[in-house]
Write a protein that binds this ligand. Structure first.
Ligand code: FE
Length: 248
């Protein structure tokens, strides 16, 4: 079962993670979805695949009213990111979905119409959530050629898509990185193989190092907090990516 867990709260401003699901079928890669809420309205990042829609929906329904979801954000085009799109649109056909412009003609194969998509330009853009400014930050080629992360400057949280992802064993229960070395071991193969460009990676590391980030929240694996955020950025900057090897 997936469960929602609050990772940040400041008044009416929340971040909740719908975390890894130890009960999922083992042929599916596990995913984290993040619900960002501000004064009664929410945005859902990388809402997930068709297979896990019921689990994500019921986890959200236990902590808030799913009708408060006013926007979807897809970091890139993969099925584990956004193949549930048509199901979310059944809940609310007017739901906008922010996507990197490069994928604006591809993601509609998962659902939606010409009113659904809000293409994000390559340089990124601000997204308003009921008065809270979120920023779509470029992360191209990490791993997808059109790829964005989402930064909440007020909460100092960066949703980092596949950057920081780790394929953790099912007995790793915490949603947070508790043992940096253990998580990095589970992240190394994934980053070497899935991240395609060393120069794009260095650009991202430079950009991320300048941002104030208390939590770096990946779409797979565990959340980096505090000093582990910069430790991760430093580790990633040194890692040689684009290597043909098993993602383990
Ligand atoms: Fe992906």
């Amino acid at each position: 079962m997936k469960k929602a867990q609050t990772i940040y709260q400041n008044g009416d401003h929340f971040w909740q993670v719908i975390a890894r699901d130890p009960a999922r079928p083992n042929y599916l890669i596990d995913t984290n979805e993040y619900l960002i809420s501000y004064q009664g309205q929410s945005l859902l990042t990388d809402p997930g695949g068709v297979e896990i829609f019921p689990a994500v929906f019921s986890a959200i329904a236990q902590v808030s009213n799913p009708e408060q979801i006013k926007a979807l954000f897809a970091s890139h085009q993969d099925p584990d990111i956004i193949s549930s799109l048509s199901m979310w649109l059944e809940l609310n056909p007017a739901l906008p979905c922010y996507v990197p412009w490069l994928w604006a003609g591809f993601i509609p194969h998962f659902g939606g119409n010409q009113d659904t998509f809000r293409p994000i330009p390559d340089e990124g853009m601000n997204i308003d959530l009921n008065g809270l400014t979120l920023t779509a930050v470029p992360a191209h080629f990490l791993h997808s050629p059109g790829n964005c992360h989402l930064y909440d400057a007020r909460a100092r949280i960066l949703f980092s898509g596949d950057v920081g992802a780790a394929l953790l064993p099912d007995d790793y229960a915490s949603v947070f990185v508790e043992d940096f070395d253990r998580v990095i071991k589970a992240a190394a193969g994934f980053h070497r193989r899935w991240m395609g460009s060393n120069s794009a990676k260095l650009d991202w590391c430079e950009r991320a190092a300048k941002m104030e980030i208390d939590m770096l929240c990946p779409q797979h694996g565990a959340i980096f907090r505090g000093e582990d955020v910069q430790r991760f950025i430093n580790w990633f900057a040194e890692l040689k990516v684009g290597v043909l090897a098993l993602a383990k």
